[in-house]
Structures are given as C-alpha cells and as structure tokens.
Design a protein around this ligand. Structure first.
Ligand code: CP
Length: 305
C-alpha cells in the first residue's frame, strides 16, 4: 500500500491509505518510549532549496528517532552554487540515500525528482499547490482532537490561491465526508479553478465568503494561513490583500463550542499571540504531531512498518 511509494500530492492517496497512515501514527505515538530503530542503516536525504523550520527538522527528527542517518543538502554550500543543475544534484542524492525529501519554490519539482530518482521521493512542499505531508499532519491533528473528520464544518482562511498548505489541506478534506467547507479569502486570493473543479466534482458543500465572522460562528475547525508575500508574481497584488484577516481571541469569542484553530505555521500577523493560551489553539499540537506522522510515513515507505 505504501512501500516504496513517492509522495507528490495528497490526491495520489486514497482514504484507506490515509487511515492506514493514521493508524500507524497512533501506534508510533503509543510506542513513543520504545520505537526501536527499524531504519538503522538507512540514509534519508533532505534537499531543501527553500527555507523551512518544521518540515525539514521534523523529517530529520523523525528519521533519527527511527534510527536512520540524515544527510542535508545545503544549496548555498553545494555545487548548485557553482551552477550544477537540480537534476544532477538529485542524481547524486539518489546514489547516496534511501529516501529523498525535497522542498522547492518551483511547481513540479517533486514530480521531476521522482522521475529522476530510483529511491522514493517525498514532496516537502513545491510551488503553490502541493504540500502533501502537511495535509496528512493536518488531517491527523483533526482526527486526534475531534475523533473524526467526517461530518465537521471546516473553515479555511487566508491565501487560498498561492498557499500550498491550504490547497493540499482542502484537497485532503475531499477524501473524507466533511459537512461543509468555508473558503474565506479576499476575492483575488480565491482558490484556483482546478481546486474549485475538484470540490464541485466531489460534490462538496462549499461556502465561498469574505465574511470571517459568519464563518467563525459555524465551523468546528478554522484553518488559518499566512498570505504569502514571496509567491505573489506582482508585489502590488500583495499590497492590496496583506493584513486582510487577523484572528484574535476576541474574534473567537463568537466561535462554536470546541472550535479548534489550526495553522501550518509560520505565522506573521494573521494569527494573534493572544490565541496561544486559549482552548482554541491547536497549531502547536499540529506542529508537534509532524514528527510521529512523518515517522509513520517514512517507516511505511521504507518497509519498516
Ligand atoms: N508548515 C511548514 O511547512 O513549515 P515550514 O515552512 O517551517 O517547514
């Protein structure tokens, strides 16, 4: 089901695949004091040509907890700085490692890496549409906190056009039977046509709105995302939408009982620090769950579980 698979898009996985991953993650957490070293002798390579804190370090922590060694490509210290192509660089990593995790600003880089490499490739985020392992963590977090994903009303707020975490999360929700998805963004940051087509073809009940307050009163999960300055082709377009939404403790006082706020992080100014100490806060739990989910993922792909 998972052995030697590439992880390029959340859409490549069935609900059954995801439920199996979640169940292995449960076991990983249950055995957290004694996971053993099933990947002893394996090498995981990280090739991050775009900044990251959570993805790179949680993959590294997860690999080490499983007993694997980790090698990191540092683009500015590698021969890429002398002009070596990404393709040749990937060929080298494929020679040295058993599994490659790639992050890149360029759409399609992970698929390209999977085509070049014989070993499995995991997309740690490429371009503005796909960040599949983030979506797996997001879905697992909801399942952990709410006991289910089916039947929930989920709001996604922020940059739904360029935000790859938001897009992947919404694609991931279409694998389950959520009650309704609220898409909350300024019009220029509405989801791309292909994502809207997917929602319509899966007959998902959607509300597209700019009214954050109305959404907050109705949702069980509020998934907040940063408006990503670095992905706007035109800086003037960013200036028009920056600071469109700020989630505060006061705003959340209108929320349904039990609402949980998720955010893939990093945050800038769209999510106030005053939410951190409230029962709404789930984003630090979500970040922490990155390690066991990625342990389960790599263990499954490398045949340890
Ligand atoms: N959520 C996420 O992808 O964070 P990083 O960019 O820090 O990896």
């Amino acid at each position: 089901m998972w052995k030697f698979r590439d992880v390029i898009s959340i859409l490549d996985f069935t609900r059954e695949d995801l439920e199996h991953l979640f169940s292995v993650t449960d076991k990983t957490l249950e055995r957290s004091l004694d996971v053993g070293r099933p990947l002893d002798g394996k090498i995981v390579a990280t090739a991050f040509i775009e900044p990251s804190t959570r993805t790179r370090l949680s993959f590294e922590a997860a690999a080490k907890k499983l007993g694997a060694d980790v090698i990191n490509l540092e683009p500015h210290l590698s021969s890429m700085a002398k002009g070596e192509s990404l393709t040749d660089t990937l060929r080298m990593l494929d020679d040295y490692a058993d599994l490659i995790v790639i992050r890149s600003p360029y759409e399609g880089s992970a698929k390209h890496a999977a085509d070049v490499c014989e070993h499995p490739v995991i997309n740690g985020g490429d371009g503005s549409q796909h960040h599949p392992t983030q979506a797996m963590i997001d879905l697992y977090t909801i399942r952990s906190l709410k006991g289910r994903i089916d039947g929930l009303e989920v709001g996604v707020v922020g940059d739904l056009k360029y935000g790859r975490a938001a897009s992947s999360f919404i694609y991931g929700l279409t694998k389950f039977n959520v009650k309704r998805i609220w898409l909350i963004s300024p019009e220029p940051l509405s989801p791309r046509p292909e994502l809207m087509d997917r929602l319509r073809s899966m007959k998902v009940d959607i509300v597209k709105t700019e009214d954050l307050e109305e959404a907050i009163e109705n949702v069980d999960i509020l998934y907040v995302t940063r408006i990503q300055r670095e992905r706007f082709p035109d800086p003037a377009e960013y200036e028009k939408v920056k600071g469109s939404y700020v989630i505060t403790k006061k705003l959340l006082s209108r929320a349904r009982e039990g609402l949980k706020v998720l955010h893939p992080l990093p945050r800038v100014d769209e999510l106030s620090n005053d939410v951190d100490d409230t029962p709404y806060q789930a984003y630090f739990i979500q970040a922490k769950l990155g390690v066991p989910v990625r342990m389960a993922l790599m263990g499954l792909i490398l045949g340890a579980f």
